[in-house]
Design a protein around this ligand. Structure first.
Ligand code: HGY
Ligand code: MN
Ligand code: MN
Ligand code: MN
Length: 414
C-alpha cells in the first residue's frame, strides 16, 4: 500500500468511466447533456451519485436546498471537514464535464483514498450543489449562495422557471428536499476542480490552472414595455417598439464591455418576446444582461453605465424600462494557503501549471465567503463550454484529479 505521497494518484480509467456513465443521464441532442436542475434527469443523476457515494463507504445528508453532502469520516470526528464540491446540473445544451468533473473527481478522491488505505484526520465531504447553472432558475450558484447566507431560502424557493414553475415546488416534486438547515455546516476548507471553460490553459499548453481569483458578475434582468401593434399596418412613426429598444441595449452592452478592455465581458444569452408572434410588435421584452470583471470598480461602473444608457434608449423610443439585479457576486480572491497547496501538488506531480483567474462563476465563489476556498482547473478543447461539443482528454481529467487528491490529503492531514 503506497504511503501518502509516493505515487499518490487517482485511477484515471475509473474516473473516466464514471464521467461517461453519468453522461448517459439526460443526454443532449448533439453529444452533450441536458440535465437541467430539478428535472427528472437531475433526479436520476442524483440517485446514481448517491449509490456511488454509499458504495464508497460515505454517508449522505441533504439540506433544504437539495444540496447533497457525502461524508467520509476522519480519524478526528471533532475536526471540521474538508469539502470537495461542484455541480451535476447542466445547461440545456451543456457539456459532459462542466461541474460533473468536479463532483466525480471528488468521488474518485474518496475511492482512491480507500484503495491507498489513507485515513485523514479531518473528515472529507463531497458536495453536489443544487442549481449551479442558473439556466432554469436564476440566479446561478443558487444553493451555494443560500449556504453562504447571501441569498434568502424563501427567495430561492420562489424563483420561477420560464414555464412559471417554482424552485420549491420542483425540488419537492423530485423528492430532494432535505432536512438539514442550509449553511449550518462549517468547513475547514473547500476545493473545487473544474474545466477552465476558456482557451488559456490549452493555448499555453498547461495541464493545471492554479486558480487565484474569480471574476465578479451582475445579471441584470430588463423588462421593456412597448405597444403591441400590427407589424404591417402600423406606420413607423407610430410604433412603440420594445424589440428595437432591446436591440439597441444589446449593442450598447457590447460597446461598454469593449470600451472596458482588458478584463471585462458583457452579453445577453436569454430573451423573451410577448406575444412572440411574427406579425405583432412586442408589447413586452424580458432579457438578462450578463456582465463580469475581476475588477470591482470596472464591474460596478459597467452596471451603472448600462442601466443609465438603457433608460435613455427607452425614453427616446417611448418604451417603458425596469431592471432588476437577479444575480450578483463580487470578484473573489481565493485562499493563499490553499492556492499554494494546489501549486505544490502540481509541482510534486510534475504537471505544468500556471496561475489563472476564473472567467466563469462557481460555487467556490460563495464557499469562499464562509471558508478558506480555492479551485483547480484543467484545459478544455478550444476553450469551449456551455456547448454540447465541450471536450477534454482523459489525461487532462485525471491530472487535475491527482492534484485534487494531493491537495485534499495535505489539507485534511494524516
Ligand atoms: O454562469 C456561470 O459562470 C456558471 O457557468 N454558472
Ligand atoms: Mn460549472
Ligand atoms: Mn456552467
Ligand atoms: Mn457587490
Amino acid at each position: 500500500m503506497a504511503a501518502p505521497g509516493e505515487n499518490m494518484r487517482v485511477n484515471a480509467d475509473r474516473l473516466w468511466d464514471s464521467l461517461m456513465e453519468m453522461a448517459k443521464i439526460g443526454p443532449g441532442v448533439a453529444g452533450g447533456n441536458n440535465r437541467q436542475t430539478l428535472t427528472d434527469a437531475d433526479a436520476e443523476g442524483r440517485k446514481l451519485f448517491k449509490r456511488w457515494c454509499e458504495a464508497g463507504g460515505m454517508t449522505l445528508s441533504v439540506d433544504k436546498m437539495g444540496t447533497m453532502f457525502a461524508t467520509r469520516p476522519g480519524t478526528d470526528p471533532d475536526a471540521l471537514p474538508v469539502y470537495i464540491g461542484s455541480h451535476l446540473d447542466t445547461q440545456p445544451t451543456g457539456g459532459k464535464y462542466d461541474g460533473v468533473l468536479g463532483v466525480l473527481s471528488g468521488l474518485e478522491v474518496i475511492r482512491s483514498m480507500n484503495d491507498l488505505g489513507i485515513r485523514t484526520k479531518h473528515p472529507v465531504v463531497v458536495t453536489n450543489w443544487t442549481n449551479e447553472e442558473g439556466a432554469r432558475f436564476a440566479p446561478a450558484m443558487l444553493a451555494s449562495g443560500v449556504f453562504a447566507g447571501a441569498i434568502d431560502l424563501e427567495y430561492a424557493y420562489s424563483r420561477k422557471d420560464p414555464d412559471g414553475k417554482t424552485f420549491g415546488d420542483e425540488l419537492k416534486r423530485i423528492g430532494w428536499v432535505g432536512e438539514e438547515e442550509v449553511g449550518a455546516r462549517k468547513m475547514h476548507a473547500y476545493f473545487e476542480y473544474h474545466i477552465e471553460q476558456g482557451p488559456i490553459l490549452e493555448a499555453e499548453n498547461k495541464q493545471i490552472g492554479v486558480v487565484t481569483h474569480c471574476q465578479g458578475l451582475w445579471w441584470l434582468e430588463f423588462t421593456l414595455t412597448g405597444r403591441e401593434a400590427h407589424t404591417g399596418s402600423t406606420p413607423m412613426n407610430m410604433r412603440v417598439n420594445a424589440g428595437l429598444a432591446m436591440a439597441r441595449i444589446v449593442e450598447m452592452v457590447q460597446t461598454v464591455a469593449m470600451e472596458n478592455q482588458p478584463g471585462c465581458v458583457g452579453g445577453v444569452g436569454q430573451m423573451f418576446f410577448s406575444p412572440n408572434s411574427r406579425n405583432v410588435l412586442p408589447g413586452k421584452v424580458v432579457f438578462t444582461v450578463d456582465i463580469r470583471s475581476p475588477d470591482q470598480a470596472k464591474l460596478d461602473g459597467m452596471r451603472a453605465r448600462i442601466e443609465a444608457e438603457a433608460a435613455e434608449i427607452c425614453e427616446a423610443l417611448g418604451v417603458g424600462c425596469s431592471v432588476e439585479a437577479v444575480g450578483h457576486f463580487d470578484p473573489v480572491t481565493f485562499d493563499p494557503t490553499l492556492v499554494s497547496a494546489v501549486r505544490k501538488a502540481a509541482e510534486d506531480l510534475g504537471y505544468s501549471h500556471m496561475n489563472i483567474i476564473s472567467g466563469a462563476g462557481h460555487d467556490a465563489c460563495w464557499a469562499a465567503k464562509v471558508a478558506p476556498a480555492t479551485m483547480i482547473m484543467c484545459p478544455c478543447v478550444g476553450g469551449l463550454s456551455h456547448n454540447e461539443a465541450e471536450d477534454i482528454s482523459k489525461e487532462w481529467a485525471s491530472a487535475g484529479a491527482d492534484v485534487l487528491l494531493r491537495a485534499v490529503v495535505e489539507t485534511a492531514g494524516i
